[in-house]
Write a protein that binds this ligand. Structure first.
Ligand SMILES: Cc1cc2nc3c(=O)[nH]c(=O)nc-3n(C[C@H](O)[C@H](O)[C@H](O)COP(=O)(O)OP(=O)(O)OC[C@H]3O[C@@H](n4cnc5c(N)ncnc54)[C@H](O)[C@@H]3O)c2cc1C
Length: 462
């Protein structure tokens, strides 16, 4: 009775997509989630009449060949509706300025000193060229690639903020390669995963042409290719849940405490209410926590997992009276000076997210793990009051979320795990198992990689 073909540990989007793939491939699946609700970082819920998401989200790479698109087209019973993300803005004391989408626009934007803009363009172009000629730039940081000490304080903060959004870490820990290929601004695809072609050079060439920074440096117009699910993040979760066939059993409020192994082969899991057994176990929690669940991992693997770096995010959702006019656009804005944040007025995608006469805006801050939650909340809230003078007269609702957006930052000297683990029949999925793009797209990449491995190992049919 407690025997399944596959057990999935964790019911966030990676675990649910894995359950969908395996069940639609005919497997009897058990999914165990320790929380009361499914979805974790990919969900929406109600607060005082507003529908907030688990953090502001832009969904990347929904073009043909993008990993989420591939999974939706092949495994979903219906497709959630997505709308264009809109425009990106930078805010400073003078108001909103559109993020440049051409080199000319970049060179003439007045947010950073002209001298710094030229230095950045020159340094990055040099780096891009040496990469094109084969230099490994994966360990050269954005900080190292620029004459950091000559830059103005504003420019340093700008580069740090940009780095954070691309990798989850500062310019010192973000590789310049990530700046060229990362952040979901690129139209990479799953061609390599699906065709098993390993033509790294050709693949990288494609990357170089497509990233935001490299497009800009190559003087091509940038197209963000980002979207938002019209009915909120929950729409993606709902589409997966609707598509799950009957051969998937889900138990929430059920934490896996141990992974049972025999001769370094995974056989099942232990929970408070009993043990469950399966031929294949997929783990979608933090890879760095894996040693807590089994003593069967080699020391070298445990040491690699301990190198996984993470960062924390604080989101403040504000319900505002509609008369407050600072957020009358579709897209997102970045404040990069003194306590940077990314803001997204999500009720501009769908009026139903806020009660009549109100709007809903999410502000996401990166968090210093050494400070208390209370002091971070206060600091972030005061930053909003400082950046938008008078906003306090329009606030109708405040809601805080503290989260780890991605299980692994794509940082220099960080570690990204593989699908296959040293324990036979135990596989990993999630944002610490792939370094492409970010968030939900990265989670989808990890599931596409899982499909490839399971097909190769003849666990599911090709
Ligand atoms: C503020 C914020 C902003 C973001 N912005 C974006 C964005 O703009 N674009 C984008 O694409 N993505 C974004 N993301 C990231 C995206 O939401 C996540 O990367 C994605 O939802 C992670 O999915 P996951 O399934 O890999 O992990 P999780 O959501 O962490 O799910 C893992 C699940 O496993 C469960 N679990 C762990 N251990 C156990 C156990 N022992 N037993 C049972 N269950 C267990 C956990 O409870 C959890 O439910 C953002 C996230 C946040 C928080």
């Amino acid at each position: 009775m407690n025997s399944y073909d596959s057990i999935i540990i964790g019911g966030g989007i990676s675990g649910l997509l894995s359950a969908l793939v395996l069940s639609k491939s005919g497997k009897k699946v058990l999914l165990l989630e320790r929380n009361r609700n499914l979805g974790n970082n990919c969900n929406s819920y109600s607060v005082d009449g507003y529908q907030v998401d688990t953090g502001p989200h832009a969904i990347t790479q929904l073009q043909d060949g993008g990993p989420l698109r591939y999974l939706m087209e092949n495994y979903f019973d219906y497709l959630p509706a997505f709308v264009d993300y809109g425009d990106y803005f930078i805010r400073d004391e003078d108001g909103l300025k559109e993020v440049p989408t051409t080199l000319k626009g970049y060179l003439t934007m007045d947010i950073l000193p002209r001298k710094d803009r030229l230095i950045i363009a020159q340094s990055l172009t040099k780096m891009l060229l040496s990469w094109q000629f084969g230099t490994d730039i994966s360990n050269i940081s954005v900080y190292q690639c620029l004459p950091w000490n000559t830059l103005s304080p504003d420019t340093k903060e700008f580069m740090d903020t940009f780095s954070y959004f691309l990798s989850g870490k500062s310019a010192k820990e973000t590789s310049v390669q990530r700046m060229f290929v990362g952040g979901g601004f690129i139209e990479e695809d799953i061609e390599k995963d699906v065709t098993h072609e390993n033509n790294e050079h050709q693949y990288i060439d494609k990357f170089k042409k497509m990233s935001y920074v490299s497009r800009l440096l190559n003087n091509n117009k940038v197209n963000y290719n980002q979207y938002y699910p019209r009915n909120g993040l929950k729409a993606i979760l709902d589409a997966i849940l609707y598509s799950l066939p009957e051969n998937v059993e889900i138990k929430t409020d059920t934490a896996v405490e141990n992974i049972i192994t025999v001769n370094s082969t995974a056989k099942g899991v232990v929970t408070k209410e009993g043990s469950y057994f399966a031929d294949t176990i997929i783990y979608s929690g933090f890879a760095k926590d894996l040693p807590k669940y089994t003593t069967d991992l080699p020391a070298s693997y445990i040491s690699d997992l301990s190198r996984i770096k993470q960062s924390k995010a604080l989101t403040i959702w504000l319900g505002l009276d509609e008369e407050f006019e600072e957020f009358n656009y579709v897209g997102g804005e970045v404040w990069f000076k003194n306590k940077p944040f990314w803001a997204m007025p999500i009720s501009n995608y769908n009026k139903n997210f806020a009660p009549g006469g109100k709007k809903l805006v999410g502000f996401m801050f990166s968090i210093d793990g050494n400070n208390s939650f209370e002091s971070e909340k206060l600091d972030a809230y005061n930053t909003i009051l400082r950046v938008y003078p008078g906003i306090n007269n329009y606030i109708d609702m405040v809601h805080y979320q503290m989260t780890i957006p991605e299980k692994a930052s794509v940082a220099i000297n960080g570690f990204i795990a593989e699908t296959v683990t040293p324990i036979k029949n135990l596989y990993l999925v999630g944002t610490d198992v792939d370094d492409r793009s970010m968030g939900i797209t990265r989670a989808a990449y990890s599931v596409v990689k899982l499909i490839t491995v399971l097909k190769k190992e003849r666990i599911i049919d090709s």
